[in-house]
Design a binder for this molecule. Structure first.
Ligand SMILES: C[S@@+](CC[C@H](N)C(=O)[O-])C[C@H]1O[C@@H](n2cnc3c(N)ncnc32)[C@H](O)[C@@H]1O
Length: 219
Protein backbone atom coordinates (compact mmCIF):
# COMPACT_ATOMS: atom_id res chain seq x y z
CA UNK A 1 0.00 0.00 0.00
CA UNK A 2 1.37 3.40 -0.83
CA UNK A 3 1.03 5.98 1.92
CA UNK A 4 0.70 9.61 1.04
CA UNK A 5 3.07 11.89 2.88
CA UNK A 6 3.67 15.44 1.79
CA UNK A 7 7.28 16.51 1.15
CA UNK A 8 8.85 18.46 4.00
CA UNK A 9 12.58 18.99 3.91
CA UNK A 10 14.50 18.19 7.06
CA UNK A 11 15.77 21.78 7.03
CA UNK A 12 12.23 23.16 7.14
CA UNK A 13 11.31 20.70 9.89
CA UNK A 14 14.37 21.63 11.92
CA UNK A 15 13.63 25.34 11.56
CA UNK A 16 10.03 24.80 12.63
CA UNK A 17 11.24 22.72 15.57
CA UNK A 18 13.86 25.28 16.54
CA UNK A 19 11.30 28.10 16.40
CA UNK A 20 8.97 26.24 18.74
CA UNK A 21 11.87 25.29 21.00
CA UNK A 22 13.11 28.88 21.30
CA UNK A 23 9.64 29.97 22.38
CA UNK A 24 9.11 27.15 24.86
CA UNK A 25 12.19 24.93 25.36
CA UNK A 26 10.83 23.10 28.40
CA UNK A 27 7.65 21.97 26.70
CA UNK A 28 9.31 20.83 23.47
CA UNK A 29 12.40 19.39 25.12
CA UNK A 30 14.94 18.97 22.32
CA UNK A 31 16.68 21.32 19.91
CA UNK A 32 16.44 19.05 16.89
CA UNK A 33 14.05 16.25 16.04
CA UNK A 34 15.15 12.65 16.63
CA UNK A 35 17.55 11.35 14.04
CA UNK A 36 16.70 8.39 11.81
CA UNK A 37 18.67 5.88 13.89
CA UNK A 38 16.97 6.96 17.10
CA UNK A 39 13.54 6.85 15.48
CA UNK A 40 14.33 3.37 14.11
CA UNK A 41 15.55 2.19 17.52
CA UNK A 42 12.29 3.38 19.13
CA UNK A 43 10.19 1.65 16.51
CA UNK A 44 12.24 -1.58 16.80
CA UNK A 45 10.78 -1.99 20.31
CA UNK A 46 7.21 -2.27 19.00
CA UNK A 47 6.01 -5.87 18.72
CA UNK A 48 5.20 -6.60 15.08
CA UNK A 49 3.22 -9.74 15.75
CA UNK A 50 0.92 -8.44 18.50
CA UNK A 51 -2.43 -6.91 17.64
CA UNK A 52 -3.39 -3.48 18.86
CA UNK A 53 -2.93 0.22 18.41
CA UNK A 54 0.36 2.08 18.53
CA UNK A 55 0.08 5.42 20.30
CA UNK A 56 2.79 7.98 19.70
CA UNK A 57 3.10 10.73 22.31
CA UNK A 58 4.60 14.03 21.15
CA UNK A 59 4.60 13.88 17.36
CA UNK A 60 6.67 17.03 16.86
CA UNK A 61 7.55 17.22 13.19
CA UNK A 62 6.96 13.53 12.67
CA UNK A 63 10.23 11.63 12.61
CA UNK A 64 9.00 8.79 14.80
CA UNK A 65 5.78 8.59 12.79
CA UNK A 66 7.82 8.41 9.60
CA UNK A 67 9.89 5.57 11.11
CA UNK A 68 6.72 3.65 12.06
CA UNK A 69 5.46 3.95 8.49
CA UNK A 70 8.87 3.12 7.07
CA UNK A 71 8.86 -0.04 9.18
CA UNK A 72 5.51 -0.91 7.54
CA UNK A 73 3.32 -0.77 10.62
CA UNK A 74 -0.26 -0.44 9.34
CA UNK A 75 -1.24 3.20 9.10
CA UNK A 76 -4.61 2.46 10.71
CA UNK A 77 -2.84 1.18 13.83
CA UNK A 78 -1.01 4.46 14.41
CA UNK A 79 -2.38 7.39 16.43
CA UNK A 80 -0.28 10.44 17.24
CA UNK A 81 -0.98 12.74 20.19
CA UNK A 82 0.48 16.24 19.95
CA UNK A 83 -0.36 19.10 22.29
CA UNK A 84 1.05 22.06 20.37
CA UNK A 85 -1.19 23.38 17.58
CA UNK A 86 1.81 24.39 15.43
CA UNK A 87 3.26 20.88 15.48
CA UNK A 88 -0.18 19.39 15.03
CA UNK A 89 -0.52 21.42 11.81
CA UNK A 90 2.92 20.33 10.57
CA UNK A 91 1.97 16.70 11.24
CA UNK A 92 -1.39 17.04 9.50
CA UNK A 93 0.37 18.39 6.41
CA UNK A 94 3.10 15.81 6.43
CA UNK A 95 0.88 12.79 7.21
CA UNK A 96 -2.62 13.55 5.91
CA UNK A 97 -3.65 9.89 6.34
CA UNK A 98 -2.40 9.31 9.89
CA UNK A 99 -4.83 9.72 12.79
CA UNK A 100 -3.65 12.79 14.73
CA UNK A 101 -5.19 13.92 17.98
CA UNK A 102 -4.44 17.34 19.31
CA UNK A 103 -4.32 17.11 23.07
CA UNK A 104 -2.29 16.60 26.19
CA UNK A 105 -0.81 13.22 27.08
CA UNK A 106 -2.14 13.65 30.63
CA UNK A 107 -5.59 13.13 29.09
CA UNK A 108 -4.61 10.02 27.18
CA UNK A 109 -7.42 7.75 28.38
CA UNK A 110 -10.06 10.33 27.49
CA UNK A 111 -8.48 11.11 24.11
CA UNK A 112 -8.38 7.44 23.14
CA UNK A 113 -11.87 6.76 24.46
CA UNK A 114 -13.27 9.66 22.42
CA UNK A 115 -11.44 8.43 19.34
CA UNK A 116 -12.83 4.92 19.87
CA UNK A 117 -9.41 3.31 20.29
CA UNK A 118 -9.42 0.14 22.39
CA UNK A 119 -6.57 -2.32 22.66
CA UNK A 120 -3.15 -0.63 22.73
CA UNK A 121 0.04 -2.64 22.28
CA UNK A 122 2.61 0.16 22.50
CA UNK A 123 2.92 3.75 23.65
CA UNK A 124 5.92 5.31 21.93
CA UNK A 125 6.86 8.52 23.68
CA UNK A 126 9.30 11.26 22.81
CA UNK A 127 7.86 13.59 25.43
CA UNK A 128 10.51 15.62 27.26
CA UNK A 129 9.98 13.68 30.50
CA UNK A 130 13.14 15.05 32.13
CA UNK A 131 11.80 18.61 31.82
CA UNK A 132 8.32 17.71 33.05
CA UNK A 133 7.52 18.05 36.77
CA UNK A 134 7.42 14.68 38.56
CA UNK A 135 3.73 15.00 39.34
CA UNK A 136 2.84 15.42 35.65
CA UNK A 137 5.27 12.72 34.62
CA UNK A 138 3.55 10.34 37.04
CA UNK A 139 0.18 11.21 35.54
CA UNK A 140 1.38 10.68 31.98
CA UNK A 141 3.03 7.33 32.69
CA UNK A 142 0.01 6.21 34.72
CA UNK A 143 -2.30 7.16 31.83
CA UNK A 144 -0.09 5.23 29.41
CA UNK A 145 -0.14 2.17 31.67
CA UNK A 146 -3.92 2.44 32.02
CA UNK A 147 -4.45 2.26 28.24
CA UNK A 148 -1.90 -0.46 27.52
CA UNK A 149 -2.92 -4.03 26.90
CA UNK A 150 -1.57 -6.54 29.45
CA UNK A 151 1.42 -7.31 27.22
CA UNK A 152 1.83 -3.72 26.12
CA UNK A 153 4.98 -1.65 26.46
CA UNK A 154 5.78 2.00 27.11
CA UNK A 155 8.80 3.09 25.05
CA UNK A 156 10.69 6.31 25.74
CA UNK A 157 13.97 7.79 24.63
CA UNK A 158 16.25 9.96 26.70
CA UNK A 159 19.44 11.97 26.31
CA UNK A 160 20.19 11.45 30.00
CA UNK A 161 22.39 8.74 31.49
CA UNK A 162 19.63 7.03 33.51
CA UNK A 163 15.99 6.00 33.23
CA UNK A 164 13.85 8.96 32.09
CA UNK A 165 11.10 7.67 34.38
CA UNK A 166 12.30 8.22 37.93
CA UNK A 167 12.75 5.41 40.44
CA UNK A 168 10.01 6.81 42.63
CA UNK A 169 7.52 6.79 39.75
CA UNK A 170 8.56 3.27 38.78
CA UNK A 171 8.09 2.12 42.38
CA UNK A 172 4.83 4.00 42.71
CA UNK A 173 3.34 2.44 39.58
CA UNK A 174 4.93 -0.97 40.04
CA UNK A 175 6.86 -0.76 36.78
CA UNK A 176 9.99 -2.40 35.55
CA UNK A 177 12.20 -0.41 33.17
CA UNK A 178 15.21 -1.43 31.15
CA UNK A 179 17.42 0.24 28.60
CA UNK A 180 16.74 -1.46 25.29
CA UNK A 181 19.42 0.24 23.20
CA UNK A 182 21.94 3.02 22.91
CA UNK A 183 21.92 5.24 19.82
CA UNK A 184 25.35 6.77 19.74
CA UNK A 185 25.06 8.29 16.27
CA UNK A 186 22.14 10.49 17.30
CA UNK A 187 22.93 14.12 18.14
CA UNK A 188 23.06 14.13 21.09
CA UNK A 189 23.54 10.40 21.80
CA UNK A 190 20.41 8.85 23.24
CA UNK A 191 19.09 5.64 24.68
CA UNK A 192 15.76 3.90 24.35
CA UNK A 193 13.95 2.55 27.42
CA UNK A 194 11.11 0.05 27.76
CA UNK A 195 8.68 -0.06 30.69
CA UNK A 196 6.21 -2.73 31.65
CA UNK A 197 4.24 -3.49 34.78
CA UNK A 198 6.01 -5.85 37.19
CA UNK A 199 2.96 -8.09 37.08
CA UNK A 200 3.90 -8.94 33.49
CA UNK A 201 6.84 -10.67 35.17
CA UNK A 202 4.62 -12.00 37.96
CA UNK A 203 5.54 -9.45 40.65
CA UNK A 204 3.48 -6.84 42.55
CA UNK A 205 0.02 -5.39 42.06
CA UNK A 206 0.51 -2.49 39.65
CA UNK A 207 -3.15 -2.03 38.76
CA UNK A 208 -3.80 -0.83 42.31
CA UNK A 209 -0.90 1.61 42.11
CA UNK A 210 -1.95 2.96 38.71
CA UNK A 211 -5.52 3.40 39.89
CA UNK A 212 -4.27 5.26 42.96
CA UNK A 213 -2.03 7.56 40.89
CA UNK A 214 -4.89 8.31 38.51
CA UNK A 215 -7.19 8.96 41.45
CA UNK A 216 -4.68 11.39 42.98
CA UNK A 217 -4.49 13.18 39.67
CA UNK A 218 -8.17 13.98 39.66
CA UNK A 219 -8.19 14.78 43.40
C1 LIG B 1 11.25 16.24 21.86
S1 LIG B 1 9.85 16.59 20.83
C2 LIG B 1 9.82 15.10 19.90
C3 LIG B 1 9.30 15.25 18.50
C4 LIG B 1 9.41 14.04 17.60
N1 LIG B 1 8.58 12.92 18.04
C5 LIG B 1 10.84 13.59 17.47
O1 LIG B 1 11.21 12.60 18.13
O2 LIG B 1 11.56 14.21 16.72
C6 LIG B 1 8.53 16.47 21.99
C7 LIG B 1 7.15 16.76 21.45
O3 LIG B 1 6.22 16.49 22.48
C8 LIG B 1 5.21 17.50 22.49
N2 LIG B 1 4.66 17.53 23.86
C9 LIG B 1 5.27 17.96 24.98
N3 LIG B 1 4.49 17.75 26.05
C10 LIG B 1 3.35 17.17 25.60
C11 LIG B 1 2.17 16.67 26.24
N4 LIG B 1 2.00 16.77 27.55
N5 LIG B 1 1.21 16.08 25.47
C12 LIG B 1 1.38 15.99 24.12
N6 LIG B 1 2.47 16.43 23.47
C13 LIG B 1 3.46 17.01 24.19
C14 LIG B 1 5.96 18.77 22.11
O4 LIG B 1 5.08 19.74 21.60
C15 LIG B 1 6.93 18.22 21.04
O5 LIG B 1 6.32 18.23 19.78
Amino acid sequence: MSIKTRPATSLRRNISFLGRWLRNPKAVGAVVPSGKSLAAAMVAEVDREAEGAIIELGGGTGNITAALLHASFPIDDITVIEREPAFHRVMAQRFPEVRLLQGDAVDLRRLLREAGIGKVKAVVSSLPLLSIPDRICLQIVAEAMAVLDENGVFIQFTYGPASPVSRSILARLGLHGRRASWVMDNIPPASVWRYRPHHAAGIGEPETEVAEALHQRSA
